[in-house]
Design a protein around this ligand. Structure first.
Ligand SMILES: NC(=O)c1ccc[n+]([C@@H]2O[C@H](COP(=O)([O-])OP(=O)(O)OC[C@H]3O[C@@H](n4cnc5c(N)ncnc54)[C@H](O)[C@@H]3O)[C@@H](O)[C@H]2O)c1
Ligand SMILES: [Zn+2]
Length: 370
């Protein structure tokens, strides 16, 4: 089924201009789109995980075949714990066994874990081969597949090994989200909400008034939410591809979010859920500092909660604060907060007093009890 109109969002980074193409039913036309971009290059390798392959693999392969493109699957095991160098090595070995040369094209077909791992593989294999992102989780569709960051984790922290490797194109089919669990769907939606608060008031207001169930059923509106989120990210990375101050606005909700994830050893929260709490905390901090009015703060908090239940925040403050500090040490990054000043606008603030951070953490725990 081909849904409504195609949305094309251009991502223009210095080394490349590429498009994110978004439309329901796109998977069935992936072959035609890739044929246009790749010509008749022969060596396509689809990196994926078993559960995505099982549900959507046939559809993708049929569409590639009908466009005269030959592709082979190479699988990696599912889960964040496999986003590591050993997986990149294993995938590389599979590529050589299948005869992949410098003309190979890697198609990353899965959630953000596949996108980041396959992206790193593509940037390293034979010093770099072409990459196509076909994200299948909402998190990957609104965020991970755009901007060219690749990476894997080390024991010391997430994404500590990585590169920038931009894809040739990003193909987004909201239909594949139908098999995503509600929890994973919500986790991705918090990143879309983040984009709304950072710089898209209309997107925020849409999410504020729309029920999750309605959104999941409405392909056209889902396409719009994805496209608006990507536009925001594309605008930011085009202006600042690397980690400068501008790109930092994308970290709204991530300062506390990362600390919550790390403190709970990545077991309690999905990334998006930790970011959801982080956005509530950032709004609280902004309000305490007198930079955000109470009404806007409540709207942000209420919209986060309206998306659905979140795992409770139970950690001790000093534990969370320790991880705020350790992030700073590992990455030599200063502790900065991205604080909303109104809905659709944020600022980067570096000198938030620790009492005010503690107060925000207390608030998260109070809300967890409510
Ligand atoms: N590169 C970036 O800029 C960037 C940005 C944000 C997040 N990330 C990374 O992305 C990762 C998180 O991505 P994620 O949330 O997609 O997690 P994930 O890739 O682990 O996917 C979550 C789960 O959903 C499954 N899944 C994916 N698509 C599905 C579908 N259509 N139907 C059924 N199940 C499906 C996956 O197999 C997995 O079990 C993290 O490692 C994070 O660091 C990267
Ligand atoms: Zn994030």
């Amino acid at each position: 089924m081909m849904g409504g109109k195609i949305t094309r969002v251009e991502v223009a980074v210095p080394e490349r201009r590429y498009e994110a193409i978004i439309v329901s039913g796109l998977l069935e036309h992936a072959g035609a789109h890739l044929r246009e971009i790749l010509g008749n290059r022969k060596h396509l390798f689809v990196v994926t995980v078993p559960q995505v392959r099982r549900r959507w693999g046939k559809k993708l392969m049929a569409s590639l075949a009908s466009a005269g493109l030959k592709a082979k699957f190479i699988e990696m095991p599912d889960g964040e714990q496999h986003k590591k160098l050993a997986t990149v090595e294993a995938l590389g070995e599979k590529l050589t066994r299948l005869g992949a040369d410098r003309d190979a094209v890697v198609l990353a077909f899965g959630g953000g874990v596949v996108g980041d791992t396959a992206g790193l593989l593509a940037s390293l294999y034979m010093r770099g081969v072409d990459l196509v992102q076909i994200p299948t989780s909402l998190m990957a569709q609104v965020d991970a597949s755009i901007g060219g960051k690749t990476g894997v984790n080390l024991a010391a922290g997430k994404n500590l090994i990585g590169t920038f490797h931009q894809p040739l194109v990003v193909l987004i089919d909201p239909i594949v989200l139908s098999t995503l669990s509600d929890r994973q769907f919500r986790a991705g939606l918090y990143e879309a909400l983040k984009c709304g608060v950072i710089g898209n008031r209309k997107l925020f207001e849409y999410l504020e008034k729309t029920e999750l169930k309605t959104l999941r059923r409405n392909a056209a509106e889902l396409q719009w939410v994805i496209a608006e989120s990507i536009k925001l990210k594309a605008k930011v990375v085009a202006a600042d591809e690397r980690e400068g101050d501008l790109r930092r606005v994308l970290n709204f909700g991530h300062t506390i979010g990362h600390a919550l994830e790390a403190e709970s050893e990545y077991r309690q929260f999905l990334h998006g859920e930790a970011v959801a709490w982080g956005m509530i905390a950032a709004a609280a901090i902004a309000a305490t500092l007198g930079r955000l009015d109470e009404n806007a703060r409540d709207r942000i908090t209420n919209t986060v909660f309206a998306i659905g239940p979140l795992p409770k925040v139970t950690a001790r403050n000093h534990g969370i604060l320790r991880f705020l500090q350790s992030d700073k040490k590992t990455r030599n990054a200063d502790i900065h907060f991205v604080l909303p000043t109104e809905i659709g606008r944020v600022e980067v603030v570096r000198d938030v007093p620790s009492e005010i951070i503690v107060q925000a953490l207390d608030e998260l725990k109070r809300l967890s009890q409510a």
